[in-house]
Design a protein around this ligand. Structure first.
Ligand SMILES: C[S@@+](CC[C@H](N)C(=O)[O-])C[C@H]1O[C@@H](n2cnc3c(N)ncnc32)[C@H](O)[C@@H]1O
Length: 285
């Protein structure tokens, strides 16, 4: 197992509170001696959509990078289930890199010969056109600037490579006031630490913001709203189900405003590798 340091502190978008919090959370956590089947069983709600998306890509292979890996459960599961040439597993804090992720890899009993543990941020990746897959399981919503983050992942992917990501997302109709109030709330963690949301990055972006940032970063996008993700039946959808008795394509169900749902993103860098030229000037930052 190798290690690389991509200097997360050089990322001007990464808030010190975000690093401090996760350093604390990861140092208080342990997966020691937990059977990997039990661990993965608890992740069904996320691992099954991941496998579905990977099937659509013809399976996971080649060089992979996981960003914001937490304890590394998803990379460990990928190493158990697929033939991987090289696996880079990234986190922003030393506690995850030095202890928590190695412990998870041991639990999953995987060969770590081609594994590189990376201390880094998803906004500054020093590899270009290198990875076949980038994985982000619940980490993109910690981005302070979704476009910058997705552009960085786009650049790290080979042409034809894919980003696979599961994220919480808000309905398109969620109000700005909701975000203003959320930023002022203090979150108390059961591990015994608290942070005002504005001191860190925990943005439940709207679904339309994911679409916009992904398209503008240059990806072709397939986005799935996951079951159990709080769809609020609208008048339109209940009339449709009465009329059609469940037959045919249903109209899109819009989730309730101000309530999180879950999405799965499969986004591909076109084979041409060309950045989609800005359609508007939003990206010139
Ligand atoms: C909600 S946790 C998800 C962890 C893990 N992927 C999982 O599925 O359990 C989000 C993770 O993103 C990481 N993160 C936050 N900002 C990041 C950044 N700029 N670059 C990479 N990872 C980041 C945090 O340290 C945290 O571990």
């Amino acid at each position: 197992m190798k290690k690389e340091n991509w200097n997360p502190e050089a990322d001007r978008y990464l808030k010190s509170g975000e690093r401090e919090l996760h350093q604390f959370l990861h140092s208080t956590r342990t997966n020691e001696a937990v059977d990997w089947r039990k661990l993965l069983g608890k992740k069904d709600r996320r691992w099954l959509p991941f496998q579905r998306a990977s099937e659509k890509c013809g399976g996971i292979r080649g060089r992979i990078l996981e960003v914001g890996a937490g304890d590394g459960w998803c990379s460990a599961a990928v190493l158990r289930h697929y033939e991987i040439e090289e696996s880079f597993i990234m986190e922003i804090d030393e506690a995850a890199i030095d202890s928590l992720i190695p412990e998870t890899l041991r639990n999953f009993e995987v060969d770590d010969k081609n594994v590189t543990l990376v201390l880094g941020s998803f906004n500054s990746i020093p590899y270009v056109d290198y990875f076949d897959f980038v994985i982000a399981m619940g980490s993109l919503h910690h981005s302070e600037n979704l476009f910058v983050t997705l552009r960085s992942l786009w650049s790290a992917l080979k042409p034809g490579g894919s980003l696979l990501s599961q994220e919480p997302a808000m309905a398109d109709s969620t109000s700005n006031e909701f975000y203003r109030q959320k930023s002022q709330q203090v979150k108390k963690f059961k591990e015994g630490i608290e942070f005002r949301n504005e001191e860190r990055s925990d943005h439940f972006y709207r679904k339309c913001e994911y679409y916009t940032a992904l398209h503008h970063a240059g990806f072709e996008v397939d986005l799935e709203e996951l079951a159990g993700a709080n769809p609020a039946p609208t008048k339109k959808t209940s009339i449709w189900s009465r009329l059609m008795g469940g037959v045919g394509e249903k109209p899109t169900v819009e989730s309730s405003p101000n309530t999180p749902t879950n999405i799965f993103i499969r986004a591909t860098k076109p084979l041409s590798g060309e950045a989609s030229l800005p359609i508007t000037a939003w990206e010139s930052i």
